[in-house]
Ligand binder design. Sequence first.
Ligand SMILES: [Zn+2]
Length: 96
Amino acid sequence: MNDARIAEERIDRLADFARELARAGDDERAREAVRLARRIAERHRCGLPRRFDRFTCDACDSYLLPGRTARVRLQEGSHVVIRCDCGATERYPYRG
Ligand SMILES: [Zn+2]
């Protein structure tokens, strides 16, 4: 198993861990898990997987859990707007 693969697996585990922590209400530790995953991704220049990146706030590194740490709404049927509790918003095409 090469380094990049190991990094991906660590990031995957951190994503699961961050989600569990956010669900449990431990926002600060969830944020630490997000930051650690970002650092690993940077070191390996692989970026966060999209499915994880979309659940993190670029402004405060919070794990975005709809209904708890984030609000989600559809915009004109074609975009999803996620607003973090810190006030930052991210906008994505509905598909992809
Ligand atoms: Zn935020």
